[in-house]
Design a protein around this ligand. Structure first.
Ligand SMILES: [Zn+2]
Length: 472
């Protein structure tokens, strides 16, 4: 088959630190050249004057086929992938739960099955380890070599009533692992070129609060937030940085949500420790005022939404480069599932649908309001995640030889986010009524036009597993 040649011309292209009007030539699945184009006749030409031309966004924190507290998530490789694509995301990194009694690498088989015939964009996954055994430590080099170099663990979600009991928060057996386990795992990962991803909230603080809160009948969404104060995040980050830091291993803090936690990250980075932090759009857009509403459960998740001062500190963290990635932590449930926890946070599945609005929110609230430059936004959404997780140079930047994952973004459109204007699969949206500037216009994934305005053109199953490389 002869490779199709596509020309995207006159767009405002973000290449590293430069923003300039350029033409881009795609041959087959790959960017062939930018700027000085060879003399060829394209099969198709896209006029991009007035549009921003960005590398496809990478979302390294999503949950497809998630189950939580007995509820089943509504985003999978097709429904979630489709919404991601409408939002300009062309690669997702999902999570795969360790299966007791099976090798860790079996998580890849599970996800391959979930993706088969359904994936519409490219994907990878982070294995989750809830139970560290000698066998699993032994297996780490093979897992990293198989293209899964980042492994996630939890410092919270204890099984409160015994090893095998269902955890009151996660709906799963306890997820927390010990400091010894963290130390061993971090050492193994460092040797293998991997990275430890950590959900950093201090269980000792939270569990006490949660028991008291339940006993006293304080069980609404805002009470859930009160049980998980900023100090619980800061204390956990301080500890993990210290413990895992003994090995000089790479540490990635997921969904950073607090000023105190950010301070811990900044200090560790100043000391030269290989520590990175991610935050999420919901922390940048919403405050805990949402949790105080009667329908506050729609925004319930861990860590919880915070106050306005925290919100501006997180924005500063992005501006100043202390926070490296913005990922969605998409965890999409139906309204009926969320409503099950309306009166008791123990019964509310955690998280909110958020896979789609990330790029637009970061543009609208970040770039258009002067908090971020365009190259900074691209770094947070594409380039840095690609580099950190081992997807570069195939993904994450507009570079000759890279995959032609390209977003055409119209910075001039004003619109309002709602259940009607977004494409996520939940029957409600946490982003109802959010007014934004800028909209994804077209999305290419490996040279295929998969989103064209309101049309979704991707063939289910076209999305591919893309291996991540270990760090040197
Ligand atoms: Zn998550």
């Amino acid at each position: 088959m002869i490779d199709r040649i596509i020309l995207i011309r006159n767009g405002t292209v973000v290449i590293g630190e430069r923003v300039e009007q350029q033409d881009i030539l795609i041959r087959g699945e790959t960017i062939e050249s930018i700027g000085d184009l060879p003399d060829v006749m394209p099969d198709e030409v896209f006029e991009a004057r007035g549009l921003l031309v960005l590398p496809g966004a990478i979302d390294p924190h999503i949950h497809f086929n998630e189950s939580n507290k007995g509820h089943r998530g509504v985003h999978d490789y097709l429904t979630g992938g489709r919404a991601a694509a409408f939002g300009g995301t062309t690669t997702v990194i999902d999570f795969g739960d360790q299966i007791h009694g099976q090798p860790l690498l079996s998580v890849l088989d599970v996800k391959r099955e979930e993706a088969r015939g359904r994936a519409v964009i490219d994907w990878n996954l982070h294995p989750i380890i809830n139970h560290v055994t000698p066998e699993v430590l032994e297996e780490i080099p093979d897992v990293v070599a198989a293209g899964l170099p980042s492994i996630k663990c939890f410092m919270t979600f204890r099984s409160l009533t015994g090893e095998s009991a269902v955890n009151m928060y996660s709906g799963k057996p306890g997820r927390i692992i010990s400091d010894d386990d963290f130390l061993n795992l971090s050492g193994r990962l460092r040797e293998a070129g991997g990275m430890l991803m950590v959900h950093a909230e201090d269980s000792a603080i939270i569990d006490r609060n949660a028991l008291d809160s339940q006993e006293q009948g304080r069980t609404k969404a805002i009470d859930h937030a009160r049980c998980r104060p900023p100090e619980s995040e800061a204390s956990a980050i301080r500890r993990i940085v210290e413990v895992a830091g003994q090995t000089d291993g790479r540490i990635y803090i997921v969904h950073l949500s607090s000023i105190d936690g950010l301070d811990q990250v900044i200090e560790a980075r100043r000391r030269g420790q290989p520590v990175w932090a991610e935050t999420c759009p919901h922390f940048l857009i919403f405050t805990e005022e949402k949790l105080k509403q009667d329908d506050g459960y729609k925004w319930l998740g861990s860590p919880p939404l915070r106050d306005e001062a925290t919100q501006s500190a997180l924005w500063s963290g992005l501006t100043e480069g202390h926070i490296s990635v913005v990922a969605t932590d998409d965890c999409a449930f139906s309204l009926a599932s969320k409503t099950a926890g309306a009166d008791n946070f123990d019964l509310c599945p955690e998280g909110m649908p958020g896979i789609e609005p990330r790029l637009t929110l970061l543009y609208s609230e970040g770039v258009a309001r002067g908090r971020l430059s365009l190259p900074q936004m691209v770094n947070l959404l594409s380039t840095t995640p690609a580099e950190l997780f081992g997807l570069a140079p195939k993904k994450g930047s507009l570079t000759p030889g890279s995959d032609a994952d390209i977003v055409l973004f119209d910075p001039a459109v004003d619109w309002t986010m709602s259940q009607e204007t977004l494409h996520m699969a939940s029957d409600y949206t946490a982003y109802e009524g959010v007014k934004v500037t800028g909209k994804v216009s077209k999305v290419f994934s490996r040279g295929d036009l998969i989103v064209d305005g309101e049309d979704f053109l991707a063939e289910p199953g076209r999305g591919e597993f893309v291996a991540c490389s270990p760090s040197a």
